[in-house]
Design a protein around this ligand. Structure first.
Ligand code: AMP
Ligand code: MG
Length: 390
């Protein structure tokens, strides 16, 4: 048996960052920008008013000072002229601060009488001027690689960058295998159950930037499996679920080898989800996940998601772990790394009492996978322990 990290290292050797494409900003949310974006302008491009009020020279500001209002500056319409020491310009938020002024006295601090303003007695120190380039300057960079979130997209727009270069989305084919499976909404026979793994995995992988397709269920025959693999051609990653242990009906490895996969078979020292198969098949990487629903989802999180991130050019790192305090004592752990379905509340984590790898209701009720390392010593309540957030 190999460790989780050894298995992951091998899986990373099967994939590489994909090619790139340009997308308009409206379609860039969640995509991985792969070349630095460079600001094409200063923001703001001019010293701008931060308030509605009167632009004046700060030298002349004192309680009771009087100014003659000689014009107006609004957002999008600056005041063209020069402002003298005892003059003021009516100004609004976002307007360029006129030449000769460097301070905006807010309208609440001013009494206006026709074209004359008189400043009040209690003036604050704030100039209410946003300096030119105070947000960013031309040439400032947003560094790649970066998963673009809403604030990034707003910043890119502000930099006057209408399109960005991103990694192509990894195309993933998901194949359920088993005579016992039917699709959700179909009518199962008396010995059948509903295929769930492909749906959970699609949701997981689409959520981190892949484009997953659920293929028709492959039956436990060579012909049906090889038909499914045919449909997967063109994918970057082919994922089969089930049929990958050593039972008589576990044909996935056999058929994949016949189709030219250089197969590595691993028993990974982990719970749940021991048997794992992986290799290259044509232009695609292929990974065979265990069929038990919780095993498949845990392996998705621990193995497949990092592969997707590698294909997106985000590096070859295992899934990021956090730590929390144990809610109660734990006995000696087992010989396999254990990903326990757990509840995390206010930084305190408690594994569920039911850890059978077929229980999707327990997984859905969990919000963390608490990780016990191989041969973990007994633990005390309050100790820190690693987990993967769900
Ligand atoms: P297998 O690895 O094919 O022996 O499957 C192990 C267990 O997982 C069996 O109980 C299967 O019925 C179940 N199983 C396999 N594939 C799926 C799937 N796509 N959705 C739900 N259960 C599955
Ligand atoms: Mg099966």
């Amino acid at each position: 048996m190999i460790s989780v990290d050894e298995a992951l290292a091998h899986l990373f050797s099967l994939v590489a960052p994909l090619d790139t494409e340009e997308v308009p900003l409206q379609q860039a949310s969640g995509r991985v920008m792969c070349t630095d974006a460079v600001a094409r302008r200063d923001q703001p491009p001019f010293a701008a008013s931060a308030m509605d009020g009167y632009a004046v020279a700060s030298d002349a500001v004192r309680p009771g000072a009087r100014f003659t209002v000689i014009g107006e500056a609004a957002a999008g319409h600056g005041f063209g002229g020069e402002v003298g020491k005892h003059q003021a310009v009516r100004i609004f938020t976002g307007a360029p601060v006129p030449a000769g002024t460097d301070r905006v006295v807010i309208q609440e601090d001013v009494i206006r009488d026709s074209d004359t303003i008189t400043l009040g007695d209690a003036l604050d120190d704030n100039a209410y001027v946003r300096p030119a380039g105070g947000d960013f300057r031309v040439g400032d960079r947003m560094q790649a690689p970066r998963i673009l979130g809403p604030a990034d997209i707003a910043l890119l727009a502000s930099m006057n960058i209408p399109a960005v270069t991103v990694r192509r989305k990894p195309r993933v084919a998901l194949i359920s295998t088993g005579d016992e499976l039917v699709m959700p909404g179909d009518r199962p026979g008396p010995d059948q159950i509903i295929a769930s793994n492909t749906f959970g995995l699609k949701a997981m992988l689409d959520g981190i930037g892949a484009e997953a397709r659920i293929l028709p269920i492959a039956r436990d025959t060579r012909a049906s499996l090889s038909a499914a693999f045919d449909l997967a051609v063109g994918s970057d990653l082919v994922i089969t679920i089930g049929g990958a242990s050593v039972g008589d009906h576990d044909l996935v490895g056999v058929v994949a080898s016949e189709l030219g996969m250089e197969r590595a078979f691993y028993k990974v020292r982990m719970r749940p989800g021991k048997p794992l198969m992986a290799g290259r098949m044509g232009d695609a990487a292929m990974i065979g996940l265990p069929g038990n629903p919780v095993s498949a989802m845990v392996c998705g999180k621990v193995f497949v998601a990092p592969m997707i991130r590698a294909m997106l050019g985000l590096g070859t790192e295992r899934a990021p772990r956090l730590t929390a305090r144990l809610a109660h004592d734990l006995p000696q752990g087992g010989p396999r790394e254990h990903y326990m379905r757990a509840r995390l509340d206010d930084g305190v984590i408690a594994p569920d009492t039911r850890q059978d790898s077929s229980l999707l209701s327990v997984l859905a009720g969990a919000n963390a996978l608490m990780i016990r390392p191989v041969d973990d010593a007994p633990r005390k309540a309050g100790e820190l322990i690693d987990y993967l957030p769900l």
